[in-house]
Write a protein that binds this ligand. Structure first.
Ligand SMILES: [Zn+2]
Length: 223
Protein backbone atom coordinates (compact mmCIF):
# COMPACT_ATOMS: atom_id res chain seq x y z
CA UNK A 1 0.00 0.00 0.00
CA UNK A 2 1.05 3.59 -0.64
CA UNK A 3 1.02 6.28 2.02
CA UNK A 4 -1.69 8.70 0.88
CA UNK A 5 -4.45 10.88 2.30
CA UNK A 6 -7.10 8.20 1.70
CA UNK A 7 -5.23 5.52 3.64
CA UNK A 8 -4.48 7.90 6.54
CA UNK A 9 -8.14 8.94 6.71
CA UNK A 10 -9.20 5.27 6.68
CA UNK A 11 -6.93 4.48 9.64
CA UNK A 12 -8.41 7.45 11.54
CA UNK A 13 -11.96 6.33 10.68
CA UNK A 14 -11.27 2.82 11.97
CA UNK A 15 -9.72 4.31 15.12
CA UNK A 16 -12.95 6.27 15.69
CA UNK A 17 -15.00 3.08 15.27
CA UNK A 18 -12.77 1.16 17.70
CA UNK A 19 -13.21 3.92 20.28
CA UNK A 20 -16.98 4.21 19.69
CA UNK A 21 -17.43 0.44 20.04
CA UNK A 22 -15.51 0.33 23.34
CA UNK A 23 -12.74 -1.78 21.83
CA UNK A 24 -10.20 0.71 23.24
CA UNK A 25 -10.32 3.34 25.99
CA UNK A 26 -8.42 6.63 26.37
CA UNK A 27 -5.20 6.26 24.31
CA UNK A 28 -5.15 2.44 24.33
CA UNK A 29 -4.48 0.29 21.28
CA UNK A 30 -2.65 0.89 18.05
CA UNK A 31 -3.05 0.34 14.30
CA UNK A 32 -0.44 -0.05 11.59
CA UNK A 33 -0.16 -0.64 7.86
CA UNK A 34 2.93 -1.95 6.05
CA UNK A 35 3.64 0.31 3.07
CA UNK A 36 5.01 -0.75 -0.31
CA UNK A 37 8.57 0.25 0.61
CA UNK A 38 8.51 -1.86 3.79
CA UNK A 39 8.09 1.07 6.20
CA UNK A 40 5.21 1.06 8.69
CA UNK A 41 2.50 3.75 8.85
CA UNK A 42 1.28 3.63 12.45
CA UNK A 43 -0.63 5.39 15.18
CA UNK A 44 1.59 7.34 17.62
CA UNK A 45 1.95 6.84 21.34
CA UNK A 46 -0.47 8.57 23.70
CA UNK A 47 -3.14 9.64 21.20
CA UNK A 48 -6.78 8.54 21.56
CA UNK A 49 -7.82 6.38 18.61
CA UNK A 50 -11.17 8.17 18.75
CA UNK A 51 -9.73 11.60 17.98
CA UNK A 52 -6.87 11.10 15.51
CA UNK A 53 -6.11 13.39 12.58
CA UNK A 54 -4.37 12.05 9.44
CA UNK A 55 -1.25 14.14 10.18
CA UNK A 56 -0.93 12.49 13.63
CA UNK A 57 0.15 9.19 12.04
CA UNK A 58 3.86 8.47 11.94
CA UNK A 59 6.11 6.32 9.77
CA UNK A 60 8.65 3.93 11.27
CA UNK A 61 11.16 1.66 9.56
CA UNK A 62 11.13 -2.12 9.86
CA UNK A 63 13.37 -1.93 12.95
CA UNK A 64 10.95 0.44 14.74
CA UNK A 65 12.91 3.70 14.31
CA UNK A 66 10.82 6.74 13.45
CA UNK A 67 11.21 7.99 9.87
CA UNK A 68 8.66 10.84 9.87
CA UNK A 69 5.85 12.41 11.88
CA UNK A 70 5.80 14.51 15.02
CA UNK A 71 4.51 11.92 17.52
CA UNK A 72 6.37 9.26 19.45
CA UNK A 73 6.63 5.60 18.37
CA UNK A 74 4.37 3.41 20.51
CA UNK A 75 6.04 0.97 22.89
CA UNK A 76 3.81 -1.72 21.35
CA UNK A 77 5.24 -1.30 17.83
CA UNK A 78 7.60 -4.30 18.33
CA UNK A 79 4.49 -6.51 18.60
CA UNK A 80 3.35 -5.23 15.17
CA UNK A 81 6.85 -5.71 13.71
CA UNK A 82 6.90 -9.32 14.92
CA UNK A 83 3.60 -9.93 13.08
CA UNK A 84 4.99 -8.43 9.85
CA UNK A 85 8.17 -10.50 10.15
CA UNK A 86 6.23 -13.72 10.68
CA UNK A 87 3.49 -13.00 8.12
CA UNK A 88 4.66 -11.68 4.75
CA UNK A 89 1.05 -12.22 3.55
CA UNK A 90 -0.44 -9.50 5.80
CA UNK A 91 -0.09 -5.72 5.58
CA UNK A 92 -2.00 -4.49 8.62
CA UNK A 93 -1.99 -5.15 12.37
CA UNK A 94 -4.61 -3.90 14.85
CA UNK A 95 -4.07 -4.12 18.62
CA UNK A 96 -7.02 -3.33 20.91
CA UNK A 97 -8.34 -3.91 24.43
CA UNK A 98 -11.74 -5.62 23.83
CA UNK A 99 -13.21 -6.02 27.33
CA UNK A 100 -15.12 -9.31 27.04
CA UNK A 101 -12.27 -11.06 25.25
CA UNK A 102 -9.81 -9.81 27.89
CA UNK A 103 -12.16 -11.03 30.63
CA UNK A 104 -11.88 -14.54 29.21
CA UNK A 105 -8.08 -14.40 29.60
CA UNK A 106 -8.41 -13.08 33.17
CA UNK A 107 -10.66 -15.98 34.09
CA UNK A 108 -8.40 -18.48 32.33
CA UNK A 109 -11.24 -19.38 29.93
CA UNK A 110 -10.35 -20.41 26.39
CA UNK A 111 -11.61 -18.74 23.21
CA UNK A 112 -9.99 -21.44 21.12
CA UNK A 113 -12.54 -24.25 21.50
CA UNK A 114 -14.98 -25.10 18.71
CA UNK A 115 -18.30 -23.72 19.99
CA UNK A 116 -19.52 -21.09 17.50
CA UNK A 117 -19.45 -22.32 13.88
CA UNK A 118 -18.98 -18.75 12.58
CA UNK A 119 -15.83 -18.44 14.67
CA UNK A 120 -14.56 -21.84 13.57
CA UNK A 121 -15.10 -20.79 9.94
CA UNK A 122 -13.40 -17.41 10.44
CA UNK A 123 -10.49 -18.31 12.71
CA UNK A 124 -10.60 -21.92 13.84
CA UNK A 125 -9.97 -20.99 17.47
CA UNK A 126 -8.64 -17.79 19.05
CA UNK A 127 -5.53 -18.68 21.07
CA UNK A 128 -4.21 -16.79 24.12
CA UNK A 129 -0.50 -16.05 24.43
CA UNK A 130 1.68 -16.42 27.47
CA UNK A 131 1.69 -13.35 29.72
CA UNK A 132 3.93 -10.44 28.70
CA UNK A 133 4.32 -7.14 30.55
CA UNK A 134 2.49 -4.54 28.40
CA UNK A 135 4.74 -1.98 26.73
CA UNK A 136 7.82 -4.20 26.84
CA UNK A 137 9.47 -6.23 24.05
CA UNK A 138 7.96 -9.37 25.66
CA UNK A 139 4.79 -8.71 23.61
CA UNK A 140 6.87 -9.30 20.50
CA UNK A 141 8.17 -12.61 21.88
CA UNK A 142 4.80 -14.08 22.94
CA UNK A 143 2.89 -13.10 19.78
CA UNK A 144 5.52 -14.37 17.35
CA UNK A 145 4.87 -18.14 17.63
CA UNK A 146 1.05 -17.67 17.68
CA UNK A 147 0.60 -15.30 14.76
CA UNK A 148 2.33 -17.76 12.42
CA UNK A 149 -0.74 -19.99 12.70
CA UNK A 150 -3.65 -17.59 13.23
CA UNK A 151 -5.08 -14.19 12.23
CA UNK A 152 -6.53 -13.35 15.67
CA UNK A 153 -4.97 -13.90 19.09
CA UNK A 154 -5.27 -12.65 22.66
CA UNK A 155 -2.35 -11.38 24.72
CA UNK A 156 -2.97 -12.75 28.20
CA UNK A 157 -4.49 -10.11 30.57
CA UNK A 158 -3.91 -7.37 28.00
CA UNK A 159 -5.63 -7.29 24.61
CA UNK A 160 -6.10 -8.57 21.10
CA UNK A 161 -3.88 -8.74 18.02
CA UNK A 162 -5.55 -9.18 14.63
CA UNK A 163 -3.91 -9.11 11.21
CA UNK A 164 -5.15 -8.75 7.64
CA UNK A 165 -4.22 -7.77 4.12
CA UNK A 166 -5.80 -4.36 4.77
CA UNK A 167 -6.58 -2.31 7.86
CA UNK A 168 -10.29 -2.95 7.26
CA UNK A 169 -9.69 -6.69 7.28
CA UNK A 170 -7.63 -6.59 10.49
CA UNK A 171 -10.31 -4.40 12.13
CA UNK A 172 -13.22 -6.65 11.14
CA UNK A 173 -11.39 -9.60 12.70
CA UNK A 174 -11.21 -7.58 15.93
CA UNK A 175 -14.98 -6.92 15.75
CA UNK A 176 -15.66 -10.63 15.21
CA UNK A 177 -13.36 -11.61 18.07
CA UNK A 178 -15.08 -9.33 20.60
CA UNK A 179 -18.55 -10.21 19.29
CA UNK A 180 -17.75 -13.90 19.79
CA UNK A 181 -16.46 -13.18 23.31
CA UNK A 182 -19.67 -11.27 24.16
CA UNK A 183 -21.80 -14.15 22.90
CA UNK A 184 -19.79 -16.75 24.79
CA UNK A 185 -19.84 -14.57 27.91
CA UNK A 186 -23.66 -14.54 27.81
CA UNK A 187 -23.78 -18.27 27.14
CA UNK A 188 -21.52 -18.99 30.11
CA UNK A 189 -23.96 -17.06 32.32
CA UNK A 190 -26.86 -19.15 31.03
CA UNK A 191 -25.24 -22.53 31.54
CA UNK A 192 -22.60 -24.98 30.43
CA UNK A 193 -21.34 -24.59 26.85
CA UNK A 194 -21.74 -27.52 24.51
CA UNK A 195 -18.82 -27.72 22.05
CA UNK A 196 -19.46 -28.65 18.43
CA UNK A 197 -18.82 -32.30 17.66
CA UNK A 198 -15.51 -33.16 15.97
CA UNK A 199 -17.49 -34.12 12.85
CA UNK A 200 -19.22 -30.73 12.73
CA UNK A 201 -15.93 -28.89 13.22
CA UNK A 202 -14.48 -30.90 10.33
CA UNK A 203 -17.52 -30.12 8.14
CA UNK A 204 -17.26 -26.39 8.99
CA UNK A 205 -13.56 -26.33 8.10
CA UNK A 206 -14.28 -28.19 4.84
CA UNK A 207 -16.97 -25.63 3.97
CA UNK A 208 -14.44 -22.86 4.70
CA UNK A 209 -11.95 -24.44 2.30
CA UNK A 210 -14.64 -24.90 -0.37
CA UNK A 211 -15.53 -21.21 -0.01
CA UNK A 212 -11.90 -20.38 -0.79
CA UNK A 213 -11.10 -18.62 2.50
CA UNK A 214 -7.44 -17.71 2.81
CA UNK A 215 -5.07 -17.37 5.76
CA UNK A 216 -4.12 -19.76 8.52
CA UNK A 217 -6.64 -21.44 10.75
CA UNK A 218 -5.91 -22.22 14.41
CA UNK A 219 -6.98 -25.79 15.10
CA UNK A 220 -4.92 -26.78 18.17
CA UNK A 221 -7.89 -26.94 20.60
CA UNK A 222 -10.81 -27.38 18.19
CA UNK A 223 -11.35 -31.13 18.43
ZN1 LIG B 1 -2.26 -2.71 24.66
Amino acid sequence: MKDNAELRERICEIGRRMYARNLVAASDGNLSVRLEDGTILCTPSNVSKGFMQPEDLIIADASGEKVSGSGKVTSELPTHLACYEERPDVNSVVHAHPPHAIAFTLAGRSLSEGVLPEVVAAFGGIPTSAYATPGTPEGNEVIRPLIRSCDAAMLDRHGSVTVGKTVDEAYFKLEKLEHAAQTLFAAHLLGELQPLSADEVARTLAARRAYGAMGPIYTADLY
